[in-house]
Design a protein around this ligand. Structure first.
Ligand code: GCU
Length: 604
């Protein structure tokens, strides 16, 4: 325990953790979009950030015309200025730069992006700039003033700009740097494309002086008769009153606000409530009113628990008929509601009631659409493979990303599992790191389940799932690649597995590559028949794994990876998708679809 205390004592908060509290439910707030064309400058030597002696402009000489965030224009023909945003090309935002510009396909480094806009701020109002995500590191400037930084490529953040914004001629400049580095989260080694850029929406959000910053409205854990929650004002207003109303349930309740701006409440649930489930994804319109504003959200009410080896949704044992997904479509970063609907519709067509959003938080559109379409969700942070478990800043970064995704999605009934890791190698430091993340998550959200995609070991031909951190997890999930990275598909159905845990087991990954349209004998790797046979044999094996209560095969669609280079087959894509990057289904898609039809009947 002493080591744990010492470890925790030295955790240094990254700057991003000091950013203002997240404005949750951003899409339903009073906002103006800054999506669209942004001028960009590719800056591999960070000329716009450091002077020629490598001193940082915004510390050494903030007003320097050479600092790109000053968006300077030469005043006359003889003045020396070596950049000009307004004469520079544009990128569509939201969107990664790799697939918009051929010469940026492999680019990893700094790109500056600039958006000019006018804004008339009403009196007594406050204004924030909100980013859905920027991969990987962002330094944000408005009108030449640094307003904040953020690290982490897949979670939202915002900064107040009330004191800096002008009526006319604002220039918002963002330094985006997607260079990989050892201490980052993820680290330098991943099996996905390092899409750089402002990859999700940018909004200007206008709020009253005292506004609703955060809230949670959820069923209590294991109690379908009681809603519990809180509303957090960003400021303390004198004698503030908050009203929570759910008209369809004839609920309306006034709640007191404490001095710290927090209002905690409990609501009795009428007996006729429709609980949220994949079969009936009922959402209720919830209104949260303060003296100065009303926020609306569509919230589902359900309980999710485990009991022995069962996963219990609304009191009923379920099987997670899942599929893994990257946030990618047709070879680019997915970034819109349309992209989310397309990907999740394929999952529904497969017969899924569940999706594993790998290996990082996906866009808010994904979880909002999962709420509406009836798909349970596993969300995870990119604590992936060999991150630097010994580095305090790596831990505080991972903790911050987890905090940001839980803060954003804690009102989404579809989200049932938070995952803290994927295939991380065993070590004392790794165990401590993950246990701390698990404990931190439990302080943020007591209603959802915790898991991680673990590795297994093999003893005398028996697969053993006994990772030590399983003690701290609700669901024991593991990845296995029988028939792709080893093992014999012919004998796979008789393979033996064992686990010491009396907890639900989920096979969080299995699969194999197939080039869509390549056909041949099922013994030949890379063709569709091989992938189909791999699924047939793995599914027979998985049904015999003790306590198995779910699977999420790897993966819905082919996706770009710099590791997958076989000419004529992979060409820079991981081909384990059941659907190609050109939207073509492979034979194994229908194998899994048939299996899920059978499972759905068993769990009716
Ligand atoms: C790993 C990993 C995935 C990877 C997959 C593969 O288990 O979790 O990110 O893409 O297997 O090798 O295709």
């Amino acid at each position: 325990m002493v080591r744990l205390k010492i470890f925790l004592a030295f955790i240094v908060l990254p700057i991003s953790a000091l950013a203002q509290g997240l404005l949750i439910n951003a899409a339903n707030r009073n906002s103006v979009s800054l999506n669209g064309d942004w001028n960009y400058i590719v800056d591999p030597y960070e000329t716009g950030y450091y002077n020629f002696h490598s001193e940082v402009y915004d510390q050494k000489n903030p007003g320097s015309p050479s600092a790109f965030y000053n968006n300077y224009h030469a005043k006359n023909k003889s003045e020396l200025v070596e950049y000009d945003f307004d004469k520079s090309p544009v990128l569509r935002i939201p969107g990664d730069w790799n697939t918009q510009k051929g010469n940026l396909f492999y680019y990893e480094g700094t790109v500056w992006l600039k958006k000019s806009f006018d804004y008339r701020l009403k009196t007594e109002k406050r204004v924030f700039v909100y980013f859905g995500a920027i991969n990987y590191k962002a330094e944000v400037y408005l009108n030449g003033k640094k307003i904040g930084m953020h690290e982490g490529g897949f979670t939202p953040f915002n900064f107040e700009i009330t004191s800096v914004i002008k009526d006319k001629g604002n220039y918002l400049v963002v330094k985006v740097d997607n260079k990989r580095f050892k201490e980052a989260v993820p680290t330098t080694n991943t099996d996905w494309w390092n899409y750089g850029g402002i990859t999700r929406d940018v909004l200007l959000i206008e709020e009253p002086a005292v506004f609703i910053q955060d809230y949670s409205v959820q069923l209590k854990k294991g109690n379908r008769a009681g809603i519990a929650g809180f509303v957090q004002l960003n400021n303390t207003g004198k004698d503030e009153k908050i009203t929570i109303s759910i008209p369809e349930l004839k609920i309306e309740k006034k709640i007191e606000v404490a001095d710290d701006g927090k209002a905690v409440f409990e609501l009795d649930v009428p007996p006729k409530i429709n609980y949220w489930s994949p079969e009936s994804p009922k959402l209720y319109t919830v209104f949260i009113k303060s003296a100065y504003q009303t926020l609306k959200d569509d919230i589902g009410f359900r309980t999710i628990e485990t009991k022995g080896s069962d996963i219990i949704l609304n009191g009923k044992s379920i099987f997670l008929r899942g599929i893994c997904m990257h946030e990618e479509i047709n070879g680019r970063r997915a970034n819109s509601r349309v992209d989310a609907i397309k990907l999740l519709t394929w999952a529904k067509e497969l017969g899924c009631n569940y999706v594993r959003l790998a290996h990082y938080p996906h866009s808010e559109y994904m979880v909002q659409m999962a709420d509406k379409m009836g798909l349970m969700v596993w969300e995870e942070i990119p604590v992936y493979w060999t991150i630097d478990f010994n580095k305090e800043t790596t831990y505080s970064n991972a903790k911050n990303q987890l905090t940001e995704v839980v803060t954003r999605d804690k009102n989404r009934a579809a989200v049932i599992i938070w995952s803290v890791a994927n295939e991380t190698p065993l070590s004392e430091a790794r165990n401590l790191f993950l246990i701390n993340l698990i404990k931190h998550t439990q302080t943020l959200d007591t209603t959802r389940l915790l898991s991680a995609a673990l590795l297994t070991r093999n003893e005398k031909g028996v697969g053993i799932i006994d990772d030590k951190i399983g003690v701290h997890l609700d669901i024991i999930s593991f990845n296995q690649y029988m028939g792709w990275y080893g093992g014999d598909l012919k004998t796979a159905p008789n393979a033996q597995w064992t686990t010491p845990y009396n907890k639900p087991v989920v096979v969080s990954e299995f699969g194999g590559d197939a080039k869509q349209g390549l056909h041949g004998p099922k013994e030949e790797r890379w063709n569709e028949e091989y992938q189909e046979y791999l699924y047939q044999q793995n599914l027979l094996m998985i049904e015999r794994i003790p306590n198995v209560r779910g699977i999420s095969p790897w993966i819905l669609t082919d996706f770009r990876s710099p590791r997958r280079l076989l000419p004529g087959v992979q060409n820079g894509f991981n081909r384990k998708g059941l659907i190609s990057d050109k939207d073509k289904k492979k034979k194994a898609f229908f194998t899994l679809q048939t299996f899920y039809k059978k499972i759905a009947l068993q769990y009716k």
